[in-house]
Design a protein around this ligand. Structure first.
Ligand code: ADP
Ligand code: MG
Length: 387
């Protein structure tokens, strides 16, 4: 399938090389669960897809009749009946197209535990896409469908990390003697040392790795008594395509896709700080807290942005106010029991809309013509030296 802009999402807002673009924020509300339906739990969220609006109706405490409604607008709003296929087609596939054009793109899932972050990012993992397949398996399919359709050399690499308590675990290495993963900043952005980068030749291989990584994550959880709601997972796919232009120049485009399933946002207040009761219980997720502070600093135009204060923000530095195209999928639940958390998520996500990034294409051009010119220059300099 050639790159087509026909269903380009985000209102057709395609990245232009080196031009500022706002972070895209989309909202997804999950359907009520069986239990919530059985208990006839009151529903307080209304999504208006056409208006890209979500309205939260809250009961004012102490007064039966009084209600307070708040409406928020996002780049896209997906109501509870939205299928995985619909969400992907209308909000994600155009981002993956940009990765194939050589941009770095990041997709975050942000929200309270149980609102559908993992369902949205991963969903069902089967090599043949099923209706339940989430963003990661669909992106893998899109990438390989494209690569199989072009006549260029390519390479695809992937890594899969987990961040828990400020420790990074490589989910793709096996065995006990695994090197520690370190984050290093270089001029081109962030680099990871001690990490397994597997070269994959087909979507089949990448699915095997995804399954292997997910299994390792589950085992580690049980062994160490970790809570998955408190860890972040990051799946990274790097696609390089080598093309030769009609002039005989070689162009190598490298696009990177970061797919991030964040820890549950339940202890984060509406302003992005940690709730007092969570602090007292020692439940501070430094990375998630710093993410909030980084967003605040960027939105308020503060001179110092505290990227260095956590592993997550160091790792994703470029996705926040940097050269990456970024999309946040905020997930919420529809019921009254979650209304405070829902309000926090809506506020947080709404604020993040104001972050501006400046995506740039990563392309290395080795111009044959350029080389000729250089040789000519060298010859000229030699002549000057002799003279
Ligand atoms: P989180 O990762 O945010 O903690 P999960 O993705 O694990 O949440 O979702 C919690 C439960 O709700 C799961 O059983 C999941 O299958 C279900 N769920 C979440 N979002 C949806 C959705 N959009 N449609 C149907 N079921 C969903
Ligand atoms: Mg989850």
């Amino acid at each position: 399938k050639p790159l087509s802009r026909a269903n380009s999402a985000m209102g057709g807002a395609k990245s232009e090389d080196g031009v500022y673009a706002n972070v895209q924020v989309i909202l997804r509300c999950r359907p009520p669960s069986k239990e919530e339906l059985a208990a006839r739990t009151q529903q307080v969220v209304r999504c208006d897809e056409a208006m890209r609006a979500v309205t939260l109706t809250q009961q004012v405490p102490g007064s039966k009749a009084a209600q307070q409604t708040r409406t928020y607008h996002f780049d896209k709003v997906f109501p509870p009946d939205t299928t995985q296929e619909k969400l992907y087609g209308s909000a994600i596939s155009s981002i993956v197209e940009e990765v194939l054009e050589g941009f770095n793109c990041t997709i975050f899932a942000y929200g309270q535990t149980g609102t559908g972050k993992t369902h949205t990012m991963t969903g069902d993992i089967t090599e043949e896409l099923s209706a339940g397949a989430g963003v990661i398996p669909r992106a893998i399919h899109q990438i390989f469908n494209y690569l199989d359709s072009i006549n260029s050399e390519y390479s695809v690499k992937c890594s899969y990390l987990e961040l828990y308590n400020e420790e990074i675990t490589d989910l793709l290495t096996v065995g006990a003697d695994v090197p520690k993963v370190r984050i290093m900043e270089d001029r081109g952005g962030t680099a990871l040392a001690g990490i397994e980068e597997s070269i994959v030749k087909s979507s089949k291989e990448i699915f095997a790795l995804l399954e292997q990584g997910s299994a390792k994550r589950r085992t580690a959880e049980t062994l160490l008594n970790k809570q998955s709601s408190r860890s972040h997972s990051v799946f990274i796919v790097t696609v390089s395509v080598r093309e030769v232009t009609p002039e005989g120049d070689e162009v190598i485009r490298v696009g990177k896709l970061y797919l991030v399933d964040l820890a549950g946002s339940e202890n984060i207040t509406r302003s992005g700080a940690v709730e007092q009761r969570a602090k007292e219980a020692g439940n501070i997720n430094k990375s998630l807290l710093t993410l909030g502070r980084v967003i605040t600093a960027l939105v308020e135009g503060q001179g110092h942005v505290p990227y260095r204060d956590s592993k997550l923000t160091r790792l994703l530095r470029d996705s926040l106010g940097g050269k990456t195209k970024t999309c946040i999928i905020a997930t919420i639940a529809p019921t009254v029991l979650c209304q405070e958390e829902t309000l926090s998520t809506l506020d947080y996500a709404h604020r993040a809309k104001n972050i501006k990034n400046k995506p740039e294409v990563n392309a290395k051009i080795s111009k044959t013509t350029h080389l000729k010119e250089m040789n000519f220059e060298i010859e000229k300099l030699k002549q000057m030296l002799i003279a």
